[in-house]
Design a binder for this molecule. Structure first.
Ligand code: BGC
Length: 267
């Protein structure tokens, strides 16, 4: 119970990694805002489940597209109206729209950049405004606020056929570091988590076939695909005061995928 009396917004938490993070934050005692884009039923079911396992903490479900200023304003307004303060933003929403780069349309490029990078900017900006307005909340957390960006191993690993996605994550690396630099003096901590292959719907096409899984495992020194809880555990630590001296960095939760596994028996 490391997050008692704290409020945590998790964007894109009706499924996958976001859902596991919402669950973990609730188990740590936080109030959780479950943001979804299209799957209302799943977001509401999650809120219901989490309320059952909660003690004094409460859940709230809010619809919104993180790439739209109006929606972001609404998500944050509802958060403050209900809980009075925000302590943790887990900016998790992200999408993949893949195509060979010479066929990628401007629309596909824009949509991924809008959600994965502009959405991260809009949510981080709104969270920082809340944190600065609230100030440090004594006995709640040592930090004025915590932002956790959901990045990817592809913030450093180039990815053929995924130009928009890899570019958005590469951009996110500098967004995270620049914000950590700018707001460190205010005791706002800004970090990223870079998951490798985590078994969710986003990469189901890869892990659902035997051949796909075999090929994938060649990229993972630790020898297994990741689970959403692997990422959620890192997020809870980054949100808690246990990581109070950690800011401006990326925690790779990737089973070693970013250690150049091609060099295991080559080079
Ligand atoms: C992507 C997944 C992929 C993983 C490793 C993630 O960021 O969303 O589709 O399996 O990176 O390549």
């Amino acid at each position: 119970m490391r997050l008692i009396n704290q409020t945590c917004l998790v964007t894109g938490s009706s499924s996958g990694i976001g859902k596991a993070i919402a669950r973990k934050m609730a188990m740590e005692g936080a109030n959780v805002i479950i943001n979804y884009y299209s799957d209302k039923t799943s977001a509401e079911e999650l809120a219901h489940d989490l309320e059952e396992i909660s003690v004094d903490n409460e859940m709230m479900v809010v619809k919104g597209d993180v790439s739209k200023q109006k929606d972001v304003d609404n998500i944050f307004r509802k958060t403050i109206d209900k809980f009075g303060a925000l302590d943790i933003l887990v900016s998790n929403s992200g999408i993949q729209i893949d195509a060979p780069s010479h066929e990628l349309t401007l629309e596909q490029w824009n949509r991924v950049i809008d959600v994965n990078l502009t959405g991260q900017f809009l949510c981080a900006q709104a969270a920082i405004k809340c944190f600065l307005h609230q100030g440090i909340r004594p006995n709640i957390s040592k930090a004025m606020g915590k932002i956790i960006h959901m990045s990817s191993v592809h913030e450093i690993i180039p990815w053929a056929g995924h130009l928009n996605y890899a570019s958005s994550k590469g951009g996110l690396l500098m967004l995270m570091k620049s914000l950590a630099l700018e707001y460190g003096k205010d005791k706002i901590r800004v970090n990223s988590i870079a998951p490798g292959a985590i078994q969710t719907a986003i990469n189901e096409e890869v892990w659902s076939s035997k051949k796909g899984m075999e090929n994938l495992l060649k990229l993972i020194p630790y020898g297994r695909i990741g689970q959403v809880e692997d990422v959620a555990n890192a997020a809870a630590w980054l949100a808690s005061d246990e990581s109070d001296y950690v800011t401006g960095t990326t925690i790779f939760v990737d089973g070693g995928m970013s250690c150049y596994p091609g060099f295991l028996d080559n080079g």
